[in-house]
Design a protein around this ligand. Structure first.
Ligand code: NAP
Ligand code: ZN
Length: 347
């Protein structure tokens, strides 16, 4: 299938128009015409090869929503015209213990990313900064028509990546929960933690985001550069979700955990985060991480959002503004997710 999108040709080149081929749909494939695609900080890390191993040309994008245009003969969940979403994963082995448990991101054979990856057949995957995507129905999600479709797109990565650990660590009433970094992931983590009934403290480096954090559900907001404000919360948190994309002092947050409290990293800075052993040993604290979420859990999250009317706060932009968006995301100047409008993609 002929496809068109925007690609990075090298780690330093701006994204430019790019024609490429996708596979013809197989029996279990769904073809989705893309209406909107979110810009995740992971797109920037990979387009600029900050994690190493990037493959070019790269069409980023794994927060994809649109409309089904065709389905293979074995597809049962979708028909042409349905709203559909595709996230970070497009192939896993389906038979290992983790896949069978619905934890596909942790597939022991290795999950295949929606872009910047080779699938099990050796073909390059290309992401959602494009007009169409082809994916097996197991990795395609039903989207409710009740919600603003553009604002649903970020749920496919930022949404599930924060929903999954908050559920895993049983965040809910009578829990004091911190969210670090008010960006794309952070603002979804804040919305979910608030919706689950926890007492939520938003940590931010940006004084300009205090009012928004409160509107989005924060019970308290702490400017993380203010050592006195941080110290007032020492030893008091059950759980902290760290959504920061850059180097920062993890020990400052570990010291805020109570007995048996846990920090979960979802942010993926390209450099190690030094940990002082005393930060962990004191209060028997845990430091852990989490990657996106399983397919069943992603559909559960989307259904939860439809029921509770939860979407992302977005700035809808045209394809001519990708570079500007990347520059602003890196500066932390995003409220709170850029979403590319497919109507501006002209071949
Ligand atoms: P984002 O929109 O850029 O948000 C990151 C936020 O971190 C910023 O808005 C800023 O919030 C804060 N921040 C930035 N630089 C900082 C610094 N030097 N010190 C302290 N805080 C800083 O990024 P995102 O799209 O939410 O992604 C966040 C991270 O998660 C990225 O590394 C991304 O690759 C990763 N990620 C992981 C998964 C996973 O499966 N684990 C999935 C998706 C993304 P304030 O202005 O509030 O301080
Ligand atoms: Zn992402």
């Amino acid at each position: 299938m002929k496809s068109f999108g925007y690609a990075a040709q090298t780690k330093t080149s701006p994204l430019t128009p790019f024609h490429f081929d996708r596979r013809e749909p197989a029996a279990n494939d769904v073809v989705v015409a893309i209406d909107y695609c979110g810009i995740c900080h992971s797109d920037i890390h990979q387009a600029r090869d900050e994690w190493g191993g990037s493959i070019y040309p790269m069409v980023p994008g794994h927060e994809i929503v649109g409309r089904v245009t065709a389905v293979g003969s074995a597809v049962t969940k979708f028909k042409p015209g349905d709203l559909a979403g595709v996230g970070v994963t497009v192939e896993t082995c389906m038979v290992c213990d983790n896949c069978k448990a619905g934890a596909e991101p942790y597939c022991t054979k290795g999950m295949v990313g929606t872009y910047n990856a080779k699938d099990y057949a050796g073909e390059m995957t290309y992401g959602g900064y494009s007009d169409t995507i082809v994916a097996p129905e197991h990795y395609v999600f039903s989207i409710s028509p009740k919600l603003n479709l553009a604002a649903v797109a970020p749920l496919l990565c930022a949404g599930i990546t924060t929903y999954s650990p908050l559920r895993h660590w049983n965040v809910g009433p009578n829990k004091k929960v911190g969210v670090v970094g008010l960006g794309g992931l952070g603002h979804m983590g804040l919305k979910f933690a608030h919706s689950f009934g926890a007492h939520v403290v938003q940590f931010t480096t940006s004084e300009s985001k205090i009012a928004d954090a409160k509107k989005l559900g924060a019970d308290e907001v702490v400017i993380s550069k203010d050592a006195d404000a941080m110290a007032r919360h020492a030893g008091s948190f059950d759980f902290i979700l760290d959504c920061v994309a850059a180097q920062h002092d993890i020990n400052a947050y570990l010291s805020l955990l109570r007995l048996d409290g846990a920090i979960c990293l979802v942010g993926l800075p390209d450099q190690p985060l030094p940990v002082a052993p005393f930060s962990l040993v004191t209060n028997r604290r845990s430091l852990s991480g989490s990657m996106i979420g399983g397919m069943k859990e992603t559909q559960e999250m989307l259904d939860y959002c439809a029921e509770k009317n939860i979407v992302s706060e977005i700035e809808l932009i045209g394809y001519d503004r990708i570079e500007e968006a990347y520059t602003r995301v890196i500066k932390g100047d995003v409220k709170y997710r850029f979403v590319l409008d497919g109507k501006t993609l002209k071949a």
